[in-house]
Design a protein around this ligand. Structure first.
Ligand SMILES: Nc1ncnc2c1ncn2[C@@H]1O[C@H](COP(=O)(O)OP(=O)(O)OP(=O)(O)O)[C@@H](O)[C@H]1O
Length: 928
């Protein structure tokens, strides 16, 4: 295990952590300390470590790699496989078999479990390896303050790979940063963080330094609530801070297993995972009930006694889709590997692929996703809408000081555009970090940095020669700024209307307002409460071009059954205009934050179905819309790149972001698209749909066939004076069927990418497998009838051996037929090429016919000496079953095409919404 870096006990300096749990005590201990005391205990200082000290600590404590970068060992993966519900049930059945002395059954079960766990772990390992190379592209950096040597007077802030951080390092945090380690704040300005990956809570939290010793926290919850501590995995939503690192690598709270957020919860509960689990648990219940029910029914009807138990256990085992995790992992890993190799896309959660395939609505944020986020100032207009350079100067004054007073001074795109325009004239494109000289002469006092939840930023400045007067310069979204201005209602309305006109031209808007305040008694800093009674100064309008590929890509998405919605913090008019420029109909209604707030969850779900554009959204509103769509039964994706998208990314079924998104967005995403996100999106959608259809086909084939067999065997056990198959025969034929199922994992011929979303829904799958399972059971019972005629009810050993051989053959033949036919349901009118599944079905059929004829037959208690008439009758049963199967599938395909659903795949979940996997016949998706 790598050494872990934790905090020292009192006066000892940093020490090696002895275990992963130890750092908790240390971090918790430090929570009680004010910054200086904490720095002393860390043998660090506010000016940072020297490079030599840092190198020494890196050697002692190891790399600060976040847990999401570490790949679990093969051993850990194997153990994880055992936690699968089917594996657990199999192990229970192995225990029962051992208890009744059925060693063969127990041995076969143990072999099945081992093979399944090993194959699954290998599949995961393969997918991880292919993504590992790309992970370096996502590796973030952090701003660290270090000194070249102890004598250096000035510390040098510099960018460092996150992995090189050590305890005692002083780091600077700014908006859009991922907190790189567990840190204690030394200073902060308007710092707001998102701790969802640790606590699961989606609300932002305000953090600031502790001025005095804090109360020691009693437990984890209190630790996370400490205002002066930030934890690895959290993200900075607004403001900034300077902090000292108190724990790195495996010593952080995240690594210690306290992440309850998205990574874990979503990994287990993606839409596809949920459906598979739903099916799995229904089967598990059925399997667990099989042995006791068989015993009870047998006692009531036939009276075989306890010797029926090994048979019942074998039937329960045969019901288990042991290879489900293996096939799932292999299919998903193959999709992820090809996306990584061919398109350099990173699938961070494997089961997100079928979720992507099922996605029927994609929400996108506007800025940076649909537009380039390279705004250029168009005009600066005063309250009379006349051009006025003074407006731009005030805006630049705000931008300059909110950036300069930030702990990590990085301007956002709008601030950059304003500063550039002020320095070089409106609309100029040259690099202009220097604002106009008049602006520079003002002195910054304090600043409230931009916060997407408040949608404004404030700088408090002092004019040269007026030391007693503080001027608040507020800049932000038009409605938010106007609400804070002292204006008659009519004046406010007139300004809103003027702003709406500019916005409807597709311009982005910043409103600017000011207020003069006297010097505060006691030096109390100005805050949010002072942003009232402002004087409106004017508007700055900006242009931002569309991303080149966006219109074409969105058209393609619509054509492929994905409804597109735009969720933006920007103004209503700007959003509608952008929507039109993208070639999408914005509809006749736009929901704004104000209207969203007035709607209850159910009303919002209804409105979200109808409306395409959602404007003036804060991060919370975006997340609410995504949740409402999900609650309405839609499989919802969200593509966003900024800190204002984090909550929505977490709320979505599938979270997508471009590679240049802020680090927390990349950390929250299930799929990280390439530099050209829209090109990547098409490929990811293809891969997702293919994976969804392959897995649905696999489930259909396996489960219906196994259920049918189990029902028939149980019925026959009750009807006949002898068991229809010996336990060993049941297990051997199950082994062959499982081996044949593995072909689905290698089925590269796979389906062509369906033209409609392909969702898997528990109810649909269960109905499908029940219907086809019963059909299969009827065919099996017909086989029994033929075989009973053949042996003429002879219950002697030779008659039974004949019966067993006949049924063994027939059973594998019907299973092979199911494999070949049911696999191609989605492309029913265009039969799929045979591929590995067709080949496996052929081999299975050949095994069924030949095995009883070989020496293995008698060894397993079978004698293949059926009369030609019996063979002819069995062939007839088989033919009739094939015809019935084909007719049932034809009917399914017809129903699928009339409802837009593929057999066994998802039904549309809301009126007019198609969500089927049938690529031929689904109707178009209703547009909002
Ligand atoms: N640095 C800033 N200072 C002041 N106001 C800003 C700043 N950045 C954005 N705004 C204002 O706040 C509004 C909301 O910004 P936010 O960043 O939440 O969304 P957005 O970038 O406009 O759109 P999207 O949600 O599509 O990314 C903007 O339309 C703008 O008016």
């Amino acid at each position: 295990m790598p050494e872990t870096a934790g905090l020292s006990r009192r006066g000892e300096g940093p020490v090696r952590a002895r275990s992963e749990a130890a750092p908790l005590e240390h971090a918790a201990g430090l929570a009680a300390h004010a910054p200086l005391a904490a720095l002393r205990r860390l043998e660090a200082g506010p000016r940072g470590l020297t490079e030599a000290e840092a190198a020494d600590r890196l050697a002692r404590y190891g790399e600060n790699s976040p847990p999401s970068w570490r790949t679990p060992s093969l051993w850990r993966r194997l153990c994880r496989g055992v936690r699968d519900p089917f594996t657990a049930v199999l192990l229970c059945l192995a225990v029962v078999s051992t208890a009744v002395g059925s060693w063969g059954t127990a041995g076969v079960i143990a072999a099945l479990v081992t093979v399944s766990c090993v194959l699954r772990a290998c599949g995961e390992l393969r997918a991880d390896r292919s993504v590992a190379g790309l992970r370096a592209l996502l590796a973030g950096t952090v701003t660290v303050v270090r000194r070249p040597d102890a004598g250096a007077a000035r510390p040098l802030p510099r960018e460092l790979p996150v992995g090189d951080l050590v305890p005692g390092d002083v780091v600077r945090l700014g908006p859009g940063d991922l907190v790189p380690a567990d840190v204690l704040l030394l200073r902060s300005t308007g710092l707001v963080v998102h701790q969802a990956p640790l606590t699961g809570e989606s609300g932002p939290l305000s953090k600031h330094r502790a001025d005095a010793a804090a109360v020691p926290p009693a437990g984890d919850t209190e630790l996370f609530e400490q205002p002066h501590l930030c934890f690895q995995g959290s993200s900075v939503v607004a403001g900034g801070g300077t902090a000292v690192v108190i724990a790195t690598g495996a010593a952080t709270r995240l690594a210690a297993g306290h992440g309850h957020g998205r990574g874990r919860v979503r990994a287990a509960h993606g839409a596809f995972d949920r459906s598979v689990r739903g099916v799995a648990w229904t089967l598990v219940r059925f399997m667990l009930l099989t042995p006791p029910l068989a015993l009870a029914a047998d006692a009531a009807v036939s009276g075989h006694g306890v010797q029926i138990l090994p048979f019942a256990v074998a039937v329960a085992v045969s019901l288990t889709p042991e290879m489900l995790p293996v096939v799932m992992t292999a299919v998903l890993a193959r999709g992820a590997v090809s996306l990584a190799r061919e398109h350099r896309l990173i699938v961070r959660r494997l089961s997100a692929l079928p979720d992507l395939g099922a996605m029927d609505v994609l929400c996108l944020d506007k800025t940076g996703t649909l537009t380039q986020d390279r705004p250029v100032v168009d005009q600066a207009l005063n309250a009379d809408c006349a051009p006025d350079p003074a407006v731009l100067r005030w805006a630049a004054l705000n931008a300059l000081w909110t950036v300069q007073l930030a702990e990590n001074p990085v301007p956002d795109a709008l601030d950059e555009a304003v500063l550039r325009a002020a320095a070089h004239g409106v609309g100029a494109a040259a690099d202009g970090s220097d604002a106009e000289p008049g602006v520079e002469a003002w002195e910054g006092v304090t600043a409230l940095p931009f916060d997407p939840a408040r949608r404004l930023s404030t700088a408090v400045v002092r004019e040269p020669g007026r030391p007693g007067v503080h001027t608040l310069v507020v800049k932000g979204a038009v409605d938010t700024v106007l609400e804070r201005c002292a204006l008659p209602e009519a004046g406010r309305e007139a300004l809103r209307a003027a702003a709406a006109r500019y916005a409807s031209d597709g311009l982005r808007l910043l409103a600017v307002a000011t207020a003069e305040r006297g010097h505060r008694a006691g030096g109390r800093a100005m805050g949010v409460a002072d942003e009232r009674g402002l004087t409106f100064v004017g508007l700055v309008t900006l242009r931002d071009s569309l991303t080149e590929e966006a219109p074409e890509a969105l058209r393609a998405l619509s054509g492929r059954g994905v409804d597109v919605k735009i969720l933006t913090g920007d103004d209503l008019g700007t959003a509608v205009r952008t929507c039109r420029e993208l070639g999408l109909d914005p509809g006749d209604d736009v929901l704004t934050a104000r209207r969203l707030d007035a709607l209850g969850d159910e009303e919002l779900a209804r409105e979200a179905r109808r409306v395409r554009v959602f404007a003036r959204c804060t991060p919370r509103h975006k997340a609410r819309v995504v949740s409402a769509l999900r609650a309405d039964g839609r499989t919802t994706g969200f593509l966003g790149d900024g800190v204002n998208d984090l909550a929505a990314l977490r709320a979505a079924d599938v979270a997508l972001c471009p590679r240049d998104a802020v680090a927390p967005a990349r950390e929250s995403a299930d799929v990280v698209l390439g530099e050209r996100p829209f090109a990547g999106l098409g490929h990811a959608l293809d891969a997702g749909r293919r994976a969804g259809v392959s897995l649905t086909a696999y489930l259909r084939v396996t489960l219906s066939s196994q259920l049918g067999n189990a029902l028939a065997m149980l019925a026959a056990a009750l009807l006949f004076p002898f068991v229809p198959m010996l336990p060993a025969q049941v297990l051997v034929q199950n082994l062959f069927f499982d081996a044949a199922q593995l072909a689905f994992a290698f089925d590269r011929s796979g389906p062509a990418s369906p033209r409609r979303p392909a969702a898997l829904r528990t109810g649909q799958v269960l109905r499908f497998i029940t219907a086809f399972g019963v059909l299969n059971a009827v065919a099996d019972l017909a086989t029994f009838a033929v075989l009973a005629l053949t042996v003429r009810g002879a219950a002697d050993a030779s008659g039974q051996a004949l019966f067993h051989a006949g049924w063994f053959t027939e059973n594998l033949l019907t299973q092979a037929m199911v494999m070949a036919l049911l696999r191609s349901v989605p492309r029913f009118r265009r039969p799929a090429p045979p591929g590995p599944v067709g080949l496996a079905a052929l081999l299975l059929a050949a095994t069924g016919i030949l095995l009883p004829l070989t020496t293995l037959g008698p060894l397993l208690g079978m004698v293949a000496a059926l009369t030609p008439l019996s063979y002819a009758l069995l062939a007839l049963v088989l033919l009739l079953y094939g015809a019935a199967l084909a007719a049932a599938m034809r009917r399914c395909a017809r129903e699928g095409s009339s409802t837009g659903e593929a057999p066994g795949a998802g039904a549309p979940r809301s009126t007019g919404e198609a969500a089927g996997a049938d690529c031929e016949a689904a109707p178009p998706v209703a547009r909002g």
